[in-house]
Write a protein that binds this ligand. Structure first.
Ligand SMILES: O=C(O)CCC(=O)C(=O)O
Ligand SMILES: [Fe+2]
Length: 252
């Protein structure tokens, strides 16, 4: 990334678009994702959106392909530019939204329920389809990453977040930025940034994104009782802190 891009990330807590995958890679990973969805029988699954989303959690720990996708060199290069050279993947999530499903993601800040201490945590949101205003692209409030805002827990059925958590303040009238992406592009968002997305109102355009949560090795896990939250995968550099139990990538 260029110096102005890094400065923009520091000011805004976010940055897009960054091109990270070739067309061929997009095709391959899209086919693999569709297989995953078929295998999980998510089509016609009427559970609340948060439970469906849970099915697609941490796939990089289970299938080599998703580890491979999450660690494409251009993704790691961009992440390194904003949080430094020693990188772990802490968590991954898929966020598919299909035409006609009502799935949306309320305005929230990721860090609220994540048991991590430190601002050196960033999500790479990688688009495997086009992501547009119509099909419900990610929306962000630039510059909102330095202040924790109050949230309410709605458990709304069509909300893909674990508790339907939603920012309890009015964000209308503030500068909302739409992260319109082509397939193979990604955005970065800081752990404290306010963001969300509307439902997909397109006729025939699925919106599929892979959210890879990166932490630098200096990050500390706050909740010592949650052993799962204290595991992570080192994907670049060295771990000189030992704050997390490092897990190996899945075998190919
Ligand atoms: O996919 C979306 O629209 C929201 C994703 C999100 O909340 C995240 O990646 O942290
Ligand atoms: Fe989020």
């Amino acid at each position: 990334m260029t110096r102005p891009q890094v400065v923009a990330y520091e000011q805004d807590g976010c940055l897009a678009p960054i091109t990270v995958l070739t067309e061929e890679e997009v095709g391959r990973y899209r086919a693999l994702f569709d297989e995953l969805v078929d295998a999980a029988e998510l089509d016609g699954d009427n559970r609340p959106a948060r439970e469906r989303a849970r099915t697609l959690y941490d796939t990089h720990r289970v299938h080599h392909w998703y580890y491979e996708l999450a660690t494409r060199p251009r993704i790691l290069d961009a992440v390194e530019s904003v949080i430094g050279p020693n990188l772990m993947i802490w968590m991954t999530n898929w966020f598919p939204k299909y035409p006609g499903d009502n799935t949306h993601i309320s305005w929230h800040q990721d860090g609220l329920y994540w048991t991590l201490q430190s601002p050196n945590v960033v999500t790479a949101w990688i688009a495997l389809t086009e992501s547009t205003e119509e099909n419900g692209c990610l929306q962000v409030l630039p510059g909102s990453h330095n202040e924790q805002l109050p949230h309410t827990e709605t458990y709304a059925r069509d909300n893909a977040l674990s508790r339907g958590q939603e920012i309890a303040v009015d964000i209308s009238g503030q500068e909302v930025r739409n992260f319109v992406l082509n397939p193979g592009q990604m955005s970065l968002h800081h752990v404290g940034l306010a963001h969300g997305s509307n439902k997909n109102v397109s006729r025939d355009s699925p919106r599929i994104g892979y959210a890879v949560r990166f932490a630098s090795t200096d990050v500390v896990a706050k909740d010592k009782s949650d052993s799962d939250a204290q595991t992570a995968m080192l994907v670049r550099g060295h771990d000189e802190y030992g704050h997390f139990d490092l897990i190996d990538p899945p075998v190919a």
